[in-house]
Design a protein around this ligand. Structure first.
Ligand code: MSP
Length: 506
C-alpha cells in the first residue's frame, strides 16, 4: 500500500434507533482502518444523514423540530460505535456548517457550468428510500426497492445532467471491472447503465428540511447532499487533507444503495473535476433466519447494545466478519453468535491463551523463558501476517481469519502432542522452555494479527503478555521483525472469552 488510505461508511439516517446493520458496516470500516494504520496514514469517516423527508417525518411524529430530534439522537449512534470499539477519525453530520457550505458550493459550481438546470419533475417518490421513481419502474404501483407506497410529486426542480455522464460511466465500468465489488453489484449496475440514464432531480420545493438551494427555490435533494459528505468532511476543495486522501480507497455501502454510489456519485465527482473512488464495495444484508433484511421498520432488528452487553462487542465483531464471505447476505441469530463465541473464541483461541499463560505461571513463575532452539512451530507461519493483511485489505476477512485459525489450531495441537506437563515432570527443561517460548511468541503474533478485529480483547491479551516496549497496534514491519523477550513477566487473568450459555433465559 503506497498511498494514504481512506475508508468511508454510508452516513446513517437519523430516523430511529440504530440497529446491528448499522454497526456492521461501521465495524468493517474500522477493521480496514485499523489494518491500514499499521502500515501508514489512514482516515476513517462515518456519520449521520440528517436531512430529507424521512428524518423530517420521524421528528414530526415525535413532536420535535428536525434539528432537535437529530441533536438528541446523534449521541446514540456515537455511543453505539464506542460500544463496538470503533475508532473513526471523523464523524460528519450533514447539518454541520462545514458540510452545508460544500454542498452549496458544489451546487453553484454545477449550475455555473451547466450541469444543473431548472426543469419540472413529475413522478413518484419513495420517502423510505428517499428516491425518485419513473412510473415504468414501479412494481404494482409501489417502490421497486422497498415495496412501500410512493407519493406523486409535481414540482419545478433543479436537475443534474446525469445522462450526459452515461458514456463516461460506461467506459469507466468497462475499463475498471473491479471498481465495484462484489461482481453481482457490478453486473447489476452495468446493466442499469446499459439501459440508459435520466437526469436526476436534485431539489425539492415541497420540503423545508434540507440545505437551501443557493439563491432560493427549495432545498437540495437529500441524496445529493448526503453523497457530498465524503468530500466535505476532508475539506474539499482546498484542504491538504482532501488532496492526501481523495480518491477514497474503499467506500463501503449496503447493496441497496449501490446505484447512488456507483452511478450518481462518480458523475457528480467528475462534474466538479474530481476522481471517482477506487473501490465501492456493496456488501450484503444481515437477515433474519427467514431471509428478511433486518431493519427497524420491519420490527425485526436486533438491539446492538444488548448484544454487545451479552457477548462482548469483540465477539460480535468477530462473528460479523467470520460468519460469511464479505459481500454475501447472512442470517443472524443469537444461537449462531453463541456458537461462534464458544467454539472459535472460547475453545480454540481462549483455551490456547489460558493454557499457555497458566503453564507459564505454574512452571516458570509467570516469566517467559529464553527462546530455545527446538523445532520451530512458528516458522511455517512466516507469511501469515502478509496473508492476513492482504486478505483484509482485499475485503476477504473470512479468509484472513481462517488463516489465523490455522495457527491457533497448530499451537493447540502442539500442546496436546508435546505434553508440557510431562516434560515438566520428566525434568526436560530445555524442551519445555522452547515450547513455552514458542507458545508465548505465538500469542504475541495472534494479538497483533487479530487486533483490528478484536481490539479490546487483544489489548487485554497484550497486557497479560506483559509487553511494554511496543503497542499491539504499532507499525507491523517493526512488530513483526521482533519477538517476545525472554524474562517478560506475564499475568494469567480470567478467561478472555467466557463461555456463553445457549439457553434462552441466560
Ligand atoms: N442515509 C443513507 C445513506 C447515505 S450515504 C451517502 C442510508 N441510510 S440507512 O441508515 O438507511 O442505511 C445505511 C446503511 O446501513 C446501509 O447501506 C448498510 O450499509 C447498513 N445497513 C442497514 N441495514 C442493514 C442490514 N440489515 N444488513 C446490513 N447492513 C445494513 O441508506
Amino acid at each position: 500500500m503506497s498511498r494514504a488510505y481512506y475508508v468511508t461508511t454510508p452516513i446513517y439516517y437519523i430516523s430511529g434507533n440504530p440497529h446491528i446493520g448499522h454497526a456492521y458496516t461501521t465495524v468493517v470500516a474500522d477493521v480496514l482502518a485499523r489494518t491500514a494504520r499499521t502500515m501508514g496514514p489512514a482516515f476513517f469517516l462515518t456519520g449521520t444523514d440528517e436531512h430529507g423527508q424521512k428524518v423530517a417525518n420521524a421528528a414530526a411524529a415525535a413532536g420535535k423540530t428536525p434539528q432537535a430530534w437529530c441533536d438528541e439522537l446523534v449521541p446514540r449512534w456515537q455511543s453505539l460505535f464506542a460500544a463496538y470499539h470503533v475508532a473513526y477519525d471523523d464523524f460528519i453530520r450533514t447539518t454541520q456548517p462545514r458540510h452545508e457550505r460544500v454542498v452549496q458550493r458544489v451546487f453553484e459550481r454545477l449550475r455555473e457550468n451547466g450541469d444543473v438546470y431548472l426543469g419540472t419533475y413529475q413522478g413518484w417518490y419513495c420517502v423510505f428510500d428517499e428516491t425518485f421513481w419513473l412510473e415504468s419502474k414501479l412494481v404494482e404501483g409501489k417502490c421497486p426497492t422497498c415495496g412501500r407506497e410512493v407519493q406523486w410529486l409535481s414540482e419545478n426542480d433543479w436537475f443534474f445532467r446525469l445522462s450526459k455522464y452515461a458514456p463516461r460511466l460506461l467506459e469507466h465500468f468497462r475499463s475498471n471491472p473491479e471498481w465495484v465489488r462484489p461482481k453481482s453489484a457490478y453486473n447489476e449496475m452495468l446493466a442499469l447503465l446499459e439501459e440508459g440514464l435520466d437526469d436526476l432531480s436534485i431539489s425539492r420545493t415541497s420540503l423545508e428540511w434540507g440545505i437551501p438551494v443557493p439563491g432560493g427555490g427549495g432545498v437540495i435533494y437529500v441524496w445529493f447532499d448526503a453523497l457530498l459528505n465524503y468530500i466535505s468532511a476532508i475539506g474539499w476543495p482546498d484542504d491538504p487533507r482532501f488532496r492526501t486522501y481523495w480518491p477514497a480507497s474503499v467506500q463501503l455501502i449496503g447493496k441497496e444503495i449501490a446505484r447512488f454510489h456507483t452511478i450518481v456519485w462518480p458523475a457528480v465527482l467528475w462534474a466538479i473535476g474530481e476522481e471517482a473512488p477506487h473501490l465501492v464495495f456493496a456488501h450484503g444484508w444481515i437477515t433474519t433466519e427467514t431471509g428478511q433484511k433486518m431493519g427497524k421498520s420491519l420490527g425485526n432488528a436486533a438491539d446492538p447494545f444488548a448484544l454487545a452487553d451479552r457477548f462482548g462487542a469483540d465477539s460480535i465483531r468477530y462473528f460479523l466478519l467470520r460468519e460469511a464471505p464479505f459481500g454475501s447476505d447472512f442470517s443472524y441469530s443469537e444461537e449462531k453468535i453463541a456458537q461462534r463465541h464458544n467454539s472459535d473464541l472460547g475453545n480454540d483461541l481462549g483455551n490456547l491463551v489460558h493454557r499457555t499463560l497458566s503453564m507459564i505461571e505454574r512452571y516458570r513463575n509467570g516469566i517467559v523463558p529464553l527462546p530455545g532452539d527446538g523445532p520451530a512451530l512458528l516458522r511455517r507461519f512466516g507469511d501469515l501476517p502478509q496473508r492476513v493483511r492482504d486478505a483484509s485489505l482485499d475485503l476477504r476477512f473470512r479468509d484472513g481469519l481462517e488463516a489465523v485459525w490455522e495457527m491457533v489450531t497448530t499451537l493447540n495441537r502442539s500442546i496436546e502432542e508435546r505434553k508440557p506437563w510431562a516434560l515438566y515432570k520428566e525434568g526436560r527443561e530445555r524442551e519445555l522452555d522452547a515450547l513455552l517460548y514458542e507458545l508465548c511468541e505465538g500469542l504475541r503474533l495472534l494479538a497483533i494479527l487479530l487486533h483490528p478485529v478484536m481490539p479490546e480483547r487483544m489489548e487485554e491479551l497484550w497486557r497479560r503478555l506483559g509487553i511494554r516496549e511496543r503497542r499491539v497496534d504499532d507499525d507491523w514491519t517493526l512488530s513483526l521483525a521482533e519477538s517476545i523477550a525472554g524474562g517478560t513477566q506475564t499475568s494469567l487473568g480470567s478467561p478472555l472469552f467466557p463461555r456463553m450459555d445457549l439457553t434462552p433465559e441466560s
